[in-house]
Design a protein around this ligand. Sequence first.
Ligand SMILES: *[C@@H]1O[C@H](CO)[C@@H](O)[C@H](O)[C@H]1NC(C)=O
Ligand SMILES: *[C@@H]1O[C@H](CO)[C@@H](O)[C@H](O)[C@H]1NC(C)=O
Ligand SMILES: *[C@@H]1O[C@H](CO)[C@@H](O)[C@H](O)[C@H]1NC(C)=O
Ligand SMILES: *[C@@H]1O[C@H](CO)[C@@H](O)[C@H](O)[C@H]1NC(C)=O
Length: 430
Amino acid sequence: MITNSSCESTVKIMDTLKSLIYLSSCFVFLFICISNALDNGLALTPPMGWLTWERFRCNTDCDNDPDNCISEKLIKVMADRLVADGYRDVGYKYIIIDDCWLAPERDNITKQLEPDPKRFPNGIKHLADYVHSKGLLLGIYEDFGTKTCAGYPGSEFFLMHDANTFASWEVDYVKFDVCNSDPKDFAAAMSFYLNQTGRPMVYSCEWPLGEYARGIKVDYAAVKKVCNLWRNYGDITDSWESVKNILGYYAINPGNFSNFAGPGGWNDPDMLVIGNFGLSKDEQKVQMGMWSIMASPLIMSNDLRTIDNFSKSLLQNKRLIAINQDSLGIQGTLFNTLGQLQVWKKPILPKGSYVIAIIHTADDGRPTKASFHPSEFGLTDSDGYRVTELFDGNSVGTYKPDTLFKISVNPHGIVMYAFIPVTDNKLYLL
Ligand SMILES: *[C@@H]1O[C@H](CO)[C@@H](O)[C@H](O)[C@H]1NC(C)=O
Ligand SMILES: *[C@@H]1O[C@H](CO)[C@@H](O)[C@H](O)[C@H]1NC(C)=O
Ligand SMILES: *[C@@H]1O[C@H](CO)[C@@H](O)[C@H](O)[C@H]1NC(C)=O
Ligand SMILES: *[C@@H]1O[C@H](CO)[C@@H](O)[C@H](O)[C@H]1NC(C)=O
């Protein structure tokens, strides 16, 4: 998306040399434009949607558990709920089938991937048509290796074939895993083949996670060139421990990976588990607030048929979604600490505005009280800021850089405020 002069000249050189370049050497050129994101016109803000994995796992037992097995039926039911319950209209557009949709073997003759015929009796194109008719987009899962993580046929040796299959089914989003593979070279190759289909498909990578797991330093510039979003830490589970660990990694921000987030490419801390079994109300607010401030993809994995009103309205909080989707696309980072509290900060529009989130990740019996001056967090506009609390949308008044700001943060809790210069009278968010 972002162009700069060195890239433009690279493109010119590429044009001149085009006829001489073999397919394989294209990848060398892909890595030259340091600031560029994958140029497929997609994911200009963090993708939002719903995905099967964390909540429904690899449940293939449709005989005994017909309502919860990975099947056409489950995807259609969730697509219906995304629309009927208002999720689509606040931005959750992608419905993504994770592992365990495949038949145990490729077609013997054509070698094409086939969905499990019993669980997806009408095939994936039919499901894509259904999802599209609802104003939603369809995502699917594969793996670079010989087999997927759950042991279904992988894409190794079939990357081009599978990219073409996904395009022919009118898939809109492809999540590529790294089990049973050496992922490094393949991420770029699959990106190339997806591009060659001519169908824009969001490309979700687990490549950096594969490197993280092997202790290899991640080259985020290279990742951003070929992926729209990329996992860089372990799988989330339905627990505070897991959310806290992910936040810990994003707080450390190894190699300043936050700098690589932006329109077209995003760090992916994994699914929203809000509305499941493991998180308290405060912990759910921490996840939603932090995924918003970190410009993270908002991909839910939960049961929309049974979700309670608290979780549903948290997931549909328009102020938090607006912060997540802010078109500057800057990933918020840990800015400072306030005793045992962490202070995170994200620049948003209008210019000069910031979101401040203050979280309490430690265990304690009671809320922690604290205070600060906005100037301590770099909020130095001498005209002051209009401040809005973001979970409920209440205005909390006008603050100058040296006005004392008092807060109280629950254990495993969060408070979150937008600071917008009083000189800006546009109401972008609120
Ligand atoms: C393929 O890549 C080219 C060059 O980066 C880009 O202009 C085009 O939009 C891409 N097409 C798709 C379908 O991703
Ligand atoms: C496909 O080939 C495998 C191995 O050769 C065989 O076991 C299987 O029965 C074949 N499947 C079909 C549908 O022909
Ligand atoms: C990350 O950014 C900080 C502050 O901007 C800088 O001091 C540090 O050297 C950077 N680290 C890396 C690995 O780029
Ligand atoms: C949830 O909200 C709906 C509509 O807003 C309402 O009808 C329903 O009673 C609420 N359920 C609970 C358990 O509060």
